[in-house]
Design a protein around this ligand. Sequence first.
Ligand code: ATR
Length: 277
Amino acid sequence: MSLIDRYAVFGHPIKHSKSPRIHGLFAEQTEQVLEYTAQDVPAEHFSTVAEKFFHDGGKGLNCTVPLKELAWSYADYRTERAQLSKAVNTLALQTDGAILGDNTDGVGLVTDLTTNNAISLFGIRILVLGAGGASRGILTPILGQSPKTLVIANRTADKAVKLAAEFHANGPVTGCGFDALENQQFDLILNATSASLSGQLPPLPAGLLAEGGNCYDLAYGNEPTAFVRWGLENHAVKSLDGLGMLVEQAAEAFFIWRGVRPRTQPVIELLNSERPF
Ligand code: ATR
């Protein structure tokens, strides 16, 4: 058994994951001695490989696509924010040997918006595009910021309506199809569809973004995503991609595992400076 505390990110594919780099920078900054690796784990092998990881002394895992739902089931118990999201991106070994499941994606997004970019969610009109796993994971922390309204719009309208109904108790959330967005305005539009990754955009009517509004794509890449470009074309004050959210969700996981909160700003700045745009 290794003397160094071991952590890893599991996913499939995992080759381009920035998580080992981010956690390496956090460890260096906070002088924590640990190892953090990336492992390609297809869904069908997840529980066996996770079992072996913890059996061999591993302390914590991050789980990414397509393993977040499996990680949710794998956890012995879950935080409240992970419970409703039905997805877990952080597993942490507890002192009693149980495995805690958490979802730090939503809090990572909220921190990037509010702390790093000074975009307050209190009392504003928010639109979330998409009603899949990525949307589900961010709803509780967003509603926790007391927006005026939260509308989920999805290509398949029914999915958005059902998702909104599940979170009804947490705040003023409704669901609809893209056609229902005509003549509506929002102060913040979040893209949580997987369309962005393939350079596609949902059909968004002109005038959807209110004056002084902001856009945020949960995805990120080495060039501005289609939605980030849409935001710029529609005069968003800020049109951001998900790099800051990635670093913030990692910082939250690091805190869960190590009890130490790393400073995220220098890491975001470093990763940004390495991008070609
Ligand atoms: P994830 O975990 O990334 O959210 P998912 O659960 O498969 O992945 O959900 C993908 C989301 O992107 C869905 O909301 C999907 O819309 P549908 O529910 O109608 O399928 C949305 N999506 C994917 N491609 C899209 C496209 N080209 N235009 C609009 N929405 C798209």
